[in-house]
Structure formats: C-alpha cells, structure tokens
Design a binder for this molecule. Structure first.
Ligand code: DX5
Ligand code: ZN
Length: 227
C-alpha cells in the first residue's frame, strides 16, 4: 500500500498539533527542517520537532535540508522522529550517518536534489530504509512538479529490484492528484504532499484520495506486480 506523508510546511505553524490532527490517517507527518544555508529558507528545529512528537501519534518523517547533517541528524532522532532524511549533497559521511541514525532507532533515509544522479550511490542503498527523490528544487512548498525526474524514479526502482532491497522510494515536491499517478507508475511508494493536502478543504480526505490514486496507478506497474 502506498504511504502518504503530508508536509506541514503548508500548514499553520501556530497550530501544529491541530494541523496534525487534521490529517488523521496519514502514514507519516513530513517535517521540513531548513537552515537558510543548504536552502534559501528557514523553518524550524529540534525544539519544535520535540513538541510535535509529543503532540501527535503520527510518526514524524523529518526532512533535513541543512548543512552538516552528520552533526545535527542524531538530535532529531532523540527529539522523537521516526524517520530521518539527510541530503547526500550535504553529508560528509553518508554511510556512517545512516548507520548512526539506525543505531539510534530511527529509519535512515537519503535525499537527492534534482541535479544529483542516483547511479553513484547504488552501493550505498542497502544502508538505507528510504531514498527521497526531490521532484522540485528544495526550499519552498507549492512549486511545480518536475516531470524530468520520472526517469530517475524509474531507474532507482530498477536498482531496488536488481538488489532485491526493502527500500522505500519517496518523492517530494509538486505531488498532487494531477501528478501522483505518474510517480507511482514510475516506482515511488511514499508520497510527500504539502499544498495538495493542506490547501484542500478537507485535508484528511485529500490524503485518502491521494493514496487511492497511487494505489490504482501502482497496482499494474511492473515493479509492484512482481511483489
Ligand atoms: C520543499 C519541501 C517539501 C514541500 C512540498 O523543499 O521539501 O516537503 O513541503 O510542498 P508541495 O507538496 O506543496 O510541493
Ligand atoms: Zn520535504
């Protein structure tokens, strides 16, 4: 079953507990941490993640768009996140970092910006629980989905099949009812959606609809049929 991770970047930051409640039934809550260095935007840090983890039962999917994740990522595990995504472009030692995140008890995930290819990282994939392919340039919600990322999603799904890995494949950026089927067909199975969920009149229903669309689109895909 595809998983949906609503991004609170599009939520009301003054009412985060209510906004988590508004997407009841989501598999994850996507928390975008930005440091105004790795990306040209600033959001939130460890104290907010700590409070949010206490305020909701939905596991937190922390997307770290920050410099020096080797130093900071472990603190987000301690803050209560269930999954930590660091950017490979910022990590000094991605294998060591993934192992540390796992050893501390969270799922370890690595993100690729649109300009970063997957091929150099084929041998690292067994160290990860999830790979995130950005489908916009990271930094802001509400941007247009980059169709040119679909071949990278497909090639990554082929690598997962080739090595028979239990690796989730997440997409983030511009995912909506208009684009989620293409992502699912290509091989994604975890979908981040910010504006498509929090911009909807009924966010919980939007999550449900997105999951249905993804499930239908992936049901007949080559990569899902084999499993
Ligand atoms: C962008 C963030 C995304 C963002 C997605 O850098 O990583 O998680 O919230 O927002 P939408 O779904 O509106 O593109
Ligand atoms: Zn994100």
């Amino acid at each position: 079953m595809p998983q949906i991770s609503p991004s609170i970047l599009s939520a009301d930051f003054a009412r985060l507990a209510d906004e988590a409640e508004a997407v009841r039934g989501s598999d994850w809550l996507h928390v975008d941490v930005m440091d105004n260095h790795f990306v040209p935007n600033l959001t939130l840090g460890v104290p907010v993640v700590e409070s949010l983890a206490r305020a909701t039962d939905i596991p937190l999917d922390c997307h770290l768009m920050i410099e020096d994740p080797d130093r900071w990522a472990p603190q987000y595990v301690e803050a209560g996140a269930g999954s930590i995504t660091f950017h490979v472009e910022a990590a000094a030692a991605p294998v060591r970092l993934a192992r540390e995140i796992r050893a501390k008890g969270a799922r370890a995930s690595m993100a690729l910006k649109p300009g970063t290819p997957i091929e150099p990282y084929e041998d690292l994939l067994p160290e990860l629980d999830m790979l995130l392919i950005m489908t916009v340039e990271p930094g802001f919600g509400g941007q247009a989905f980059l169709d040119i990322m679909l071949p990278k999603i497909r090639r990554t799904r082929e690598l997962i099949a080739k090595h028979d890995l239990e690796l989730w494949l997440q997409v983030d950026g511009g995912v909506s009812a208009a684009t989620i089927e293409r992502c699912a067909e290509a091989g994604a199975d975890v979908f981040v959606a910010g504006s498509a969920v929090y911009g909807a009149e009924d966010p919980a229903r939007a999550v449900h609809n997105l999951r249905e669309l993804a499930a239908k689109a992936s049901a007949d895909a080559w990569w899902a049929c084999e499993h």
